[in-house]
Design a protein around this ligand. Structure first.
Ligand code: 5GP
Ligand code: ZN
Length: 113
């Protein structure tokens, strides 16, 4: 497989600010935060994006979403937050390893969804 930035973050060869980790999921602060809290939640197994999901690997999405409320509580997002996934060119995906953005810590714009 070609170099993957998030696989390198997961294996520790590129440093990150970890906020959560379990057997299946790693979560860390976005390097260019778009909100006071901006965390990226990624499966430890490489999946390029949502187009690569299937019956065999979709459990990893469930594992990410099980981690999200734990992370939200840890980050003090008691008043809500937004979860975003970008897929492909038109979706604005820049890192080709499936990830979910958790954005919160302020009232977010209602312009996009
Ligand atoms: P995408 O645009 O693919 O949905 O999101 C990729 C995210 O990864 C962006 O929000 C970007 O700021 C973040 N990012 C890119 N490179 C790094 C990095 O080296 N470290 C961290 N922590 N975040 C990164
Ligand atoms: Zn990867």
């Amino acid at each position: 497989m070609d170099f993957c930035l998030f696989c390198s973050i997961i294996d520790g060869s590129i440093p990150s600010a970890k906020v959560y980790e379990d057997e299946y999921v790693y979560a860390f602060r976005d390097i260019n935060p778009q909100a006071p809290v901006h965390v990226l939640v990624v499966p430890k197994t490489h999946i390029s994006n949502t187009n690569e999901l299937n019956a065999e690997n979709s459990v990893l999405v469930a594992k990410c979403f099980e981690a999200i409320p734990v992370i939200a509580a840890q980050e003090g997002l008691t008043n809500g937050y937004r979860v975003i996934n970008n897929c492909g060119e038109d979706g604005g995906q820049t890192v080709k390893h499936l990830h979910f953005h958790i954005l919160g810590g302020k009232k977010l714009s209602e312009q996009m969804v």
